[in-house]
Unconditional design. Sequence first.
Length: 227
Amino acid sequence: MLIRLLLLVAFLQVEGVKIYTEEELLGKINPTSHSDFSLVPSEFCSRSGIYLRSEVLDKFIVLRQLAEEEGIKLIIVSGTRSFNHQKDIWDRKWTKPKYMGWEKIEKAKDILTYSSMPGTSRHHWGTDFDLNSLENNYFDSGEGKKVYDFMERCGGEHGFKQVYTSKDGGRTGYEEEKWHWSYMPVSSVMLNQYNELVCISDIRGFDGSEVADSINVIGVFVNGIAE
Ligand SMILES: [Zn+2]
């Protein structure tokens, strides 16, 4: 394992690919003090205190300007989330009274409809963000449809992609999220490195982590993205 890892690191360095740490891939960082992250200006967000990787924010600013020229407002409602932030979300759902008496595995699968286990979220990476609304039907008409159509038409050429698409094509994992966009030039590198560096035994430190292996959370969810 160690030799494989050292070979991979050597290969990536020769290729000039940035190497991410296991902590970065698992969200065990603080974006407010990490030199690769920037605070998103509050006028781009629904609330203050949202961070993205600086290169992702730079591209988003270009895209947002283009949208604005068409009278469309792109508003970030969530960006980078640390492991602890995701753990708060997970724990809040895990302890909901509606799950009283549920088997752990069924409870975890139900939460995983839309929410990630801590350590497995793309929001840890600073490459992904949620736009405008967390309801798919918002994007079916009116302002929401304009936002979605704009992102479909112009997002790709700037590196942005909807990763949680309809599951009709056989994609596994989370349900469709029309609000979640990823900056692929960075996130695809991070996903490759995640698959090399992170094992299921690294997904721990929260209630419910004991079923991560049975659910195959890395195979089915972390890798359950659009082709
Ligand atoms: Zn999201």
